[in-house]
Design a protein around this ligand. Sequence first.
Ligand SMILES: Cc1cc2nc3c(=O)[nH]c(=O)nc-3n(C[C@H](O)[C@H](O)[C@H](O)COP(=O)(O)O)c2cc1C
Length: 193
Amino acid sequence: MIHEATRRSELELSEVLNNRFSPRAFSAREVSDQELELVLEAARWAPSSMNEQPWRFVVTRRGGDAHAQLLETLNPSNRIWGDKAPVLILAMVQRTLSRNGQVNHHARHDLGLATAHFTAQATALGMGVHILGGFNAEAARTAFNVPEDLDIVSVLVLGFPGEADQLPENLRERESRRSVRLPLSELVRYGTY
Ligand SMILES: Cc1cc2nc3c(=O)[nH]c(=O)nc-3n(C[C@H](O)[C@H](O)[C@H](O)COP(=O)(O)O)c2cc1C
């Protein structure tokens, strides 16, 4: 079912795409082991250049030291709401190709696809994902012993969406306002640029 209050496109996109948004308000509801496995499994089945599957994830759950450490690396403007989410995931890519050690120029592209799969599956299960670039990647590298051949790209904030009134006042109104998009006419050319 498409939630009319938060519908994105006027066109009949699939429910998952029309319902997806990046929440800041998260409910106290835990993400079960099965739900977590399913969203990671969705990421696993993303396409990638030469089927390299360059994505790597460190999963942390609320209550554990690792979750507290990852939270600590977030920019304060993200930490102020990200601390309510039950799952925080550090997303990385293997920088080189396993077959020949050359740079994989598509690694970040492919992590983006895996993240999109992850996000779509989470939305289908009623969860929300907020992807973050606003964090200290080098602090995360140290905290989680991430080897130098991995690039640290993003943090995925995962949980069930909560009520906007739990957010600091400056973020409340923004939570119910869906982001907008450029028109297709600005993004797409037919036949030639
Ligand atoms: C790579 C990436 C980095 C992002 N970093 C942040 C961030 O640091 N803080 C934040 O609040 N949102 C962040 N976002 C979320 C975007 O702002 C959001 O996706 C965009 O405004 C569109 O809103 P929507 O996802 O609700 O459609 C990031 C998204 C992506 C894909």
